[in-house]
Design a protein around this ligand. Structure first.
Ligand code: KG4
Ligand code: ZN
Length: 379
């Protein structure tokens, strides 16, 4: 049987723990902090740290409990849970229960970076404590590897089956990242292009804020754009599209929205808010599609995989599907919605392929968070 991995991710504003066997997700718990950060318009590191600290024991124990329940009766409806809350959720773990469960768990995976230093620290401290207490090895995972492997996560019965095909181009489209990565094999990464300023999700979040909506904004923009059939009424500038390299830039687009809104009378803004949101989203997505097409042309690789919060967007999926169809290629997205945003299941799946390459933490004392961890150094 494939190894059973308990994985932890606390890189940003979700406290997450999962138990996976190979690519199969047996238990997945995500404790979202979104309600805490919403009123500040973005993630506040010190609040994130405190919330992670308050919840980490509970989240780990909950994931282990689901895994044990699964092992007993294969009851799948119990497998996933998402908790949105603001209050503390401290829970003293029952050592006897955990000791028993860890007899079945082979290794522990944890996100080492990139992310908020203060937040990463909480998950890593927990992983180390569990590893020492139950005598397990740690697999260090880059958060971006998680997003890259997220299209290959399966439910507990092994669906969807999906096969890896190398080489492939991996798109990471999230709140903090916008990368095009070339993978020639498992756990090898070559960065072909990334953003020089804002990430795609960050651009959508900032636009949403300028339009008077809260954080995070990607989902709201998607809904507004859908209501006007994704029209591109205002045709905002497509940054870096004229350059044939694979770098992205979204901050100029954001600035152009700012001045556009400044010039527009309030009532006109109000009347056209859907069209504005839609045009902005179109500028972001067309840039992603065009740069992906450029990467396909430059490399001749037509297998695309895509992960990260923004890949939840149906319109973006449609545009990328249309692109690969044109090039006779394929694209894979995370198969379940909980896998698009931050979660630990994807960390467990990536960890499985790292483990197969023998990548474990050797020096536990020197094992430290890497807030700017590069993918290239993760293999
Ligand atoms: O992957 P993720 O949860 O966090 C990072 O690792 O950054 O991505 C969060 C980002 C946010 O910017 C959020 O606005 C965006 O994903 N997002 C979406 C949608 N759902 C979340 N963007 C566009 N359409 C969506 N439906
Ligand atoms: Zn992420």
């Amino acid at each position: 049987m494939e190894p059973i991995i308990l994985s932890i991710d606390t890189s940003c504003d979700e406290t997450a723990c999962a138990v996976t066997v190979g690519r199969k997700v047996l238990a997945n718990v995500i404790y979202s902090q979104v309600l805490i950060h919403k009123k500040w318009g973005g993630v506040v590191p010190s609040l994130a740290k405190r919330a992670h600290e308050e919840r980490i024991d509970f989240v780990v124990e909950e994931a282990v409990r689901k895994f044990m329940r699964y092992s007993k009766n294969n009851h799948q409806s119990e497998l996933e849970s998402r908790i949105d809350g603001t209050g503390p959720h401290t829970h003293a773990p029952d050592d006897y229960f955990l000791r028993n469960a860890f007899r079945f768990i082979d290794s522990i995976a944890v996100t080492q970076g990139p992310g908020l230093a203060m937040a990463l620290e909480v998950g890593m401290k927990k992983a180390k404590a569990l590893a020492l207490r139950y005598n397990k090895k740690i697999i260090p995972v880059n958060h971006l590897e998680g997003h890259i492997y997220s299209p290959f996560a399966q439910n507990s019965t092994g669906n969807p089956e999906r096969k890896f095909a190398f080489p492939c181009l991996a798109l990471i489209i999230s709140g903090n990242h916008m990368d095009i990565v070339l993978m020639r094999d498992h756990v090898t990464y070559e960065i072909l292009g990334k953003t020089v300023d804002d990430a795609a999700g960050e651009a959508l979040d900032k636009a949403a804020r300028m339009l008077g909506f809260g954080y995070p904004g990607g989902e709201v923009i998607e809904r507004l754009a859908h209501e006007v059939d994704n029209v591109d009424e205002y045709h905002f500038p497509r940054p870096m599209l004229h350059i044939k390299d694979l770098r992205f830039s979204f901050s100029g687009l954001k600035t152009s929205l700012f001045y556009f809104l400044k010039k527009m009378p309030e009532d006109e803004k109000f009347q056209n808010i859907r069209k504005i949101a839609s045009s902005f989203q179109e500028a972001v997505f067309e840039t992603i599609v065009k740069k992906t097409e450029e990467a396909i042309k430059q490399t001749g690789i037509r297998n695309i995989i895509a992960g990260g919060g923004v890949t939840a967007n149906k319109h973006l999926r449609k545009k990328l599907r249309r692109l690969v169809k044109k090039h006779d290629g394929s694209v894979l997205f995370p198969p379940y919605s909980y896998l698009t945003g931050d979660n630990a299941a994807m960390i467990g799946v990536a960890a499985y392929y790292k483990m197969r390459k023998g990548i474990f933490v050797q020096d536990m004392d020197g094992f430290d968070r890497l807030p700017r961890f590069s993918l290239v150094n993760s293999a």
